[in-house]
Design a protein around this ligand. Structure first.
Ligand code: UN1
Length: 510
C-alpha cells in the first residue's frame, strides 16, 4: 500500500492536531479497519478533555491573527491547498477508497470535489460582498459588511470522509474563521492524511498554528463541540437522529448550525422520459458509494405505461454490476462501511418483505474469495407501495424501491410524502412536466433535478435539504453567509444629528 506511505499514514498516530503539530492524545484508541479486506490500517487516539482544551485554546488565539489577514490573502492559501490536493489526488483518492470502501473513481471524484471547492473559495475571497443602502437621512451613508464568526466546528460523516469537510473549511477560512474538525470515527485516517497535506501549505506560508484543528472521537467529542460556547457555528453531517440532538444542544446556547442530515431521494420516471438516460442516472444513484450517499437514489416512481419496460431494463442493468475490491477499476461497487451496516441492510430487506415488498433483484451478503471482510452486499431492487414504513426510512445501503404512478401530481405527492427533503429528480422530455416538478407545487427538496439523477451535485450550487434533512446549505452559491456575521453600519458625515423616522428630540437651547 504505497499510498499509505506517501500520505504519511502510520500504524498508530495521534489524530489530534492544531495544524502542523500533532498532540499525542491520552484518550481511547480508535482502530480503522478497511471494509475492503478487513485489514487494520492504523489507529488514532481520541481527544480527551485536556487535549480538546489545548486545541480550542490554540484555535482561539489563531483566530485573533487570522481574521486580520486580508481575505484575498487567505484565498491565496486556499489556492495552494487546491494545488496540493491536485498533487495528492491519486493517493488520497486511494485512501478514501480503501478506508471507506467507495469505488476508486468515486474516491478520486471526492478529492476532485475538494479541489473544486478550493477554486470556488479563492474567487469568493474577493467577493464577500455586502450591500449599500440609501439612508433616509441627509449626509448619512448605510452599508453592511461581513465579519468572521470565530471557531467553526465541523462534524463529518464516514461516507464523504474528506469532501464535506473541505466544503466547510475552504469557505470558513476565506471568511476568516478557524476550524475544528471531528471526522467520523469510522474514517479517521483520511482526516490525518488531509491534515498533513494542509499542514505543508500552512507551514510554508506562516499560517498561525490553530487555524486548522483536528480532533478525533465519537459521540462524546461531538457533544463537547455542540455544548461549547466558544464555537459559534457547528456544521454537521450525519443522521437525522444525531442532527436533532446536536441542534437542540447548539440551539440551547443560541449557537448557529448548518445541518446536512438524511435523504430519501426519489426519481420520477415519466412516460415522456428518455429511458436509456434514466437508467444510467438511476443505477448510479442507487448503487454508487454502495447506496451510502445522502443523495443516493432510494425510490423510483415510474409511470405505469413504462413501468414494465423500465423494470426489465433495471433487472438487466443490475446483472451487469460488478461488486468487489473498490480499488480495482473493473468494479462498480465496493463494500458497505462495516458489518453493522450490513445488518441494517438485511433488516431493511426483511422489513420490506414483511410488509409485502417483492424483490425483483434479490439482496444478499456476498461470500467467498474477495468478500472475506463480510461487508459486500448485492445491490437489490424491490417493488413496493409508497406507504410501506421501510420506504419512508433512509437505509444507508444499496436497496432501491420502485413503485407506479398514473398522474404527475400523484408522483409528486409520493415523492414529497417522506420525512426527508434532500434531493429529487424527474426524467422527462416534456417541458410542462419538468416545470411543474420544479415549481411551487413540485418537489419540496433542497435539490430538484431534471434529466439527471439525485446524486453527484456540483459544488457551485448550495447543497442541502429541507424537513428532516435539516435545512442547512453548504458549498456554492451564497452559502458562505452562514460562516459570517452581518453588520449594518450607518455613518453620519454631516454636521447635524437627525433622528430616523423623523423623530424630534431637542435639549433646550443646545
Ligand atoms: C453526502 O452524501 O453527504 O451530491 C454528500 C453528491 C455529492 C455529495 C454527497 N457531491 O452526491
Amino acid at each position: 500500500m504505497q499510498f499509505l506511505h506517501e500520505l504519511g499514514i502510520e500504524k498508530l498516530q495521534s489524530g489530534n492536531s492544531t495544524g502542523s503539530v500533532f498532540i499525542p492524545g491520552k484518550g481511547r484508541e480508535l482502530i480503522s479497519s478497511s471494509p475492503v479486506d478487513g485489514t487494520v490500517i492504523g489507529s488514532v487516539t481520541e481527544a480527551d478533555e485536556s487535549t480538546y482544551e489545548t486545541i480550542i485554546a490554540q484555535a482561539q488565539s489563531a483566530f485573533l491573527q487570522w481574521r486580520n489577514w486580508p481575505a484575498p490573502r487567505r484565498g491565496e492559501i486556499v489556492r495552494q491547498i487546491g494545488d496540493a490536493l491536485r498533487a495528492h489526488k491519486d493517493q488520497l483518492g486511494r485512501l478514501v477508497s480503501y478506508e471507506m470502501g467507495k469505488s476508486l473513481q468515486e474516491g478520486w471524484g471526492e478529492v476532485q470535489e475538494m479541489i473544486d471547492i478550493c477554486d470556488f473559495a479563492v474567487g469568493l475571497s474577493r467577493q464577500l460582498y455586502g450591500l449599500t443602502m440609501h439612508s433616509e437621512r441627509p449626509t448619512h451613508r448605510m452599508y453592511e459588511q461581513w465579519h468572521p464568526l470565530g471557531i467553526v466546528g465541523i462534524i463529518s460523516a464516514f461516507n464523504f470522509p474528506v469532501a464535506v469537510w473541505s466544503w466547510n473549511s475552504a469557505l470558513a477560512w476565506v471568511c476568516g474563521n478557524v476550524t475544528i474538525w471531528k471526522p467520523s470515527e469510522k474514517t479517521p485516517l483520511c482526516s490525518v492524511a488531509v491534515q498533513k497535506i494542509v499542514a505543508t501549505v500552512f507551514e510554508k506560508n506562516g499560517v498561525p498554528e490553530g487555524v486548522n484543528c483536528l480532533v478525533q472521537g465519537g459521540r462524546e467529542v461531538g457533544e463537547r463541540i455542540s455544548h461549547d460556547t466558544r464555537i459559534p457555528l457547528v456544521s454537521a453531517t450525519g443522521s437525522t437522529r444525531m442532527g436533532k440532538e446536536l441542534a437542540a444542544a447548539v440551539g440551547a446556547r443560541l449557537g448557529k448550525t448548518i445541518l446536512e442530515l438524511g435523504g430519501n431521494n426519489a426519481v420520477i420516471i415519466s412516460q415522456h422520459a428518455d429511458l436509456s438516460m434514466a437508467l444510467i442516472g438511476c443505477v448510479f444513484g442507487a448503487v454508487g458509494t454502495a447506496g451510502q450517499r445522502c443523495t443516493s437514489t432510494r425510490r423510483l416512481i415510474i409511470h405505469e405505461s413504462v413501468y414494465e419496460q423500465f423494470k426489465n431494463k433495471l433487472i438487466s442493468a443490475y446483472q451487469q454490476i460488478k461488486i468487489g475490491d473498490p480499488l480495482d477499476a473493473a468494479n462498480h461497487v465496493g463494500p458497505l462501511i462495516d458489518r453493522q451496516a450490513v445488518e441494517q441492510y438485511l433488516s431493511a430487506i426483511e422489513q420490506c418483505k414483511a410488509s409485502g415488498g417483492k424483490f425483483i433483484v434479490e439482496g444478499k451478503v456476498l461470500e467467498g474469495t474477495g468478500y472475506e471482510s463480510g461487508c459486500y452486499v448485492q445491490p437489490c431492487v424491490a417493488e413496493v407501495t409508497p406507504d410501506m414504513p421501510i420506504v419512508q426510512h433512509e437505509t444507508f445501503a444499496p436497496i432501491l424501491y420502485i413503485m407506479k404512478y398514473r398522474e404527475l401530481e400523484e408522483a409528486i405527492a409520493i415523492q414529497n410524502a417522506v420525512p426527508q427533503g434532500l434531493s429529487s429528480a424527474i426524467i422527462t422530455l416534456h417541458l410542462r412536466e419538468a416545470e411543474t416538478f420544479l415549481g411551487v407545487n413540485g418537489s419540496d427538496c433542497g435539490i430538484a433535478n431534471v434529466n439527471i439523477g439525485t446524486s453527484g451535485a456540483e459544488i457551485g450550487g448550495a447543497f442541502g435539504g429541507e424537513k428532516e434533512t435539516g435545512g442547512g446549505r453548504e458549498s456554492g452559491s451564497d452559502s458562505w453567509k452562514a460562516y459570517m456575521r452581518r453588520q449594518t453600519n450607518t455613518i453620519n458625515w454631516g454636521s447635524q444629528l437627525p433622528l430616523a423616522q423623523g423623530i424630534q428630540f431637542s435639549l433646550g437651547d443646545e
